[in-house]
Design a protein around this ligand. Structure first.
Ligand code: PLP
Length: 271
């Protein structure tokens, strides 16, 4: 496959990163990730805006404009025949004299195969394990996922899909997804200490009545329905948190309706 590395499109196997780049030695860099649906980069403008914003907020210089990035991406999708896959943009922190300060980073854009969770998980829902944690500079899509990577073996051991973070009793998000709850027919989602997901944004368009508010962990456990949203999971129902069943333990009706509406929205964007 082909990737964009530094300033050109090359064979993906030939891409190189300096071992002293602070993305490697300090976990400091930014990325973003979107997918193609029938060759169309879904909601690309939103992802590019977020990537550009992440670069600005991390003091990293992106040497390409939104228009230039879009052209490189369209070229890569074509060269890789990426009908339904993932595209990862990475801007590294660069190599600095003190091995700490943000420097002049390198831009990489990779195309990847993308596998969604199995159908059964959408039909039956999945389990999350809770962890007391809050992400720092949460609205920047940094490359630092050390905490959830460190946790992830425990999910496998416990039959869980992922984690749900709470801190001082307040819920934020999952490791790579945003969360929504439904109680007595009304939908809510947290707004603080989260990455503002593009899938979350789409769900808010489908459900404009959704309350954007602080949600306690106690409330979350008492919800009728829960679901998480992300580029790689779309809308995935949550039916268990730790050992607690959510609602009646089945995928709820409002969740099902939004899952169907999300599919329609994607079809509308790509046909
Ligand atoms: N929150 C975090 C921490 C993430 O890393 C992600 C996506 O990777 C999300 C939320 C969901 O964002 P999106 O819907 O844009 O994929």
């Amino acid at each position: 496959s082909f990737c964009f590395a530094k300033n050109e499109i090359i064979d993906s196997n030939l891409a190189q990163i300096h071992p002293m780049d602070i993305t490697l030695i300090r976990g400091y860099g930014i990325f973003d990730f979107f997918r193609t649906s029938n060759y169309i980069p879904l909601f690309l403008s939103d992802y590019l805006d977020r990537f550009i914003r992440s670069a600005e907020k991390t003091h990293l210089k992106l040497k390409y404009t939104k228009t230039e990035l879009r052209e490189i991406i369209l070229d890569l999708i074509q060269k890789n025949d990426l009908q339904n896959g993932g595209v990862r943009m990475l801007l590294t922190g660069g190599v600095s004299a003190n091995h700490f300060s943000p420097a002049d980073g390198d831009l990489f854009i990779f195309c990847e195969e993308l596998l969604f969770p199995e159908k059964e998980k959408y039909e039956k829902g999945v389990k999350l394990l809770s962890a007391e944690h809050v992400r720092m500079i949460a609205d920047i899509k940094t490359t630092n996922y050390a905490f959830p990577v460190w946790l992830s073996p425990s999910w496998k051991e416990n039959g869980a899909e992922d984690v749900i973070y709470h801190f001082n009793g307040v819920v934020s998000e999952s490791s790579r997804s945003n969360i929504f709850m439904v109680k007595n027919g009304s939908i809510s989602t947290p707004n603080n200490h989260i990455l503002h997901g593009i899938t979350r944004k789409r769900v808010l368009e489908l459900a404009p009545e959704c309350n954007i508010r602080s949600i306690t962990f106690e409330e979350l456990l008492d919800a009728d329905e829960l679901f998480i949203t992300s580029t790689t999971k779309k809308i995935l129902p949550i039916t268990v948190i730790d050992k607690q069943k959510i609602g009646d333990g089945k995928v709820g009706e409002i969740t099902k309706k939004l899952m169907a509406d999300f599919v329609d929205m994607e079809v509308k964007h790509t046909s």
